[in-house]
Design a protein around this ligand. Structure first.
Ligand SMILES: C[S@@+](CC[C@H](N)C(=O)[O-])C[C@H]1O[C@@H](n2cnc3c(N)ncnc32)[C@H](O)[C@@H]1O
Length: 310
């Protein structure tokens, strides 16, 4: 993570990386704000932001290496913000309803095979997330070289109550093309471009809470108590939420418990801070945690509190 930290707006104002958006607070938007999901090395992203200085452009990308590559390209741009996160889970958490004019997704991995189906844009609630954060009249712009995947997107998103397929074109001329796209066209592959419009209001439940969370217990804990949590796991009934505790680090007064959580496969790794007080102990997320307060994170804190109380 350190190389990314060095690319944040704080460390290098010329780079446009938001390392960790403020917990649970929807990102600020302008009247015309667009989002690109999975921008890769940022070739399109940076050209697009340069060509449209009046648009505020966000980019969400799961790969840290890609975020850094795009950050390096983005020097001098004021209208681009890039965030290293999993768009499947975080799209609805980072943006409020009706805030984006356009969402762009180009050449996502087709994830063929049923075991990978959950990673596709057509999986589960993703259409609902798109439909919630787009403005009415706003556009989802999807590009793929994979015919089967494009047909699936057409049918799944096109049948969502708040989205309407506007066009399905093959090899239309486009304002900006990327290296891979030009290569595929040279190889004779077709490029499928799908446009969807949001036609009516839609919302989706958010999971992340925006308040800090801490708990007090009466007992003054010791290293042995915390060590006993190592490798303890928990999950909720529907199996969507999972947590696991790892190693513990301490200076004798404060204990840092390594914790891994997963919400619908959105993973976070952080420390739970347990500190001794005059009467009892205080349990909270460590300041370095940078974790969103998802249901799994809340459950892990409650689990620590319950186990250490008894
Ligand atoms: C095949 S690349 C395409 C990159 C770029 N759009 C282009 O046209 O060159 C797909 C990109 O999506 C990113 N990606 C995959 N799953 C993602 C997710 N859940 N959230 C955000 N980005 C994701 C990958 O890291 C990768 O950079």
């Amino acid at each position: 993570m350190d190389f990314l930290r060095a690319a944040t707006t704080e460390a290098r104002p010329q780079y446009k990386v938001i390392l960790y958006p403020e917990n649970g607070v929807a990102l600020s938007v302008k009247s015309h704000t667009e989002l690109e999901i999975g921008f890769g090395n940022g070739e399109f992203t940076v050209q697009y932001a340069r060509l449209h200085p009046d648009i505020l452009l966000y980019g969400l990308e799961i790969s840290q290496a890609c975020v850094l590559r795009c950050a390096r390209r983005s020097e001098g741009l004021d209208n681009l913000r890039i965030i290293n996160t999993d768009a499947r889970y975080m799209l609805k958490e980072l943006f409020a309803d009706e805030t984006l004019t356009r969402i762009i997704m180009q050449f996502p991995c087709p994830w063929s095979g049923s075991s990978n189906a959950h990673r596709r844009v057509t999986a589960k609630d993703f259409a609902g997330s798109l439909a919630a954060v787009l403005k009415v009249g706003g556009e989802f712009y999807f590009v793929s070289d994979d015919e089967e995947y494009s047909q699936e997107v057409k049918s799944v998103l096109g049948s969502h109550e708040a989205l309407e397929l506007v066009s399905f074109e093959i090899n239309p001329s486009r304002e900006i093309t990327t290296k891979y796209e030009r290569k595929w066209l040279e190889q004779g592959k077709n490029i499928h471009v799908l446009r969807f419009k949001k036609v009516k209001a839609f919302t989706i439940a958010r999971q992340v809470m925006d308040r800090g969370m801490h708990m007090k217990i009466d007992r003054k804990v010791n290293s042995q108590n915390i060590e006993s949590l190592k490798n303890v796991t928990g999950r909720n009934r529907d199996n969507k939420t999972f947590w696991k505790f790892g190693r513990c680090f301490t200076d004798g007064k404060t204990f840092l418990l390594e914790t891994l959580t997963s919400d619908d496969e959105f993973e976070q790794k952080f420390y739970i801070n347990i500190s001794l007080r005059d009467e009892g102990s205080l349990i909270r997320l460590d300041r370095t945690a940078n974790a969103f307060l998802t249901p799994a994170v809340r459950a892990s804190l409650e689990d620590v509190s319950q186990r250490l109380s008894s």
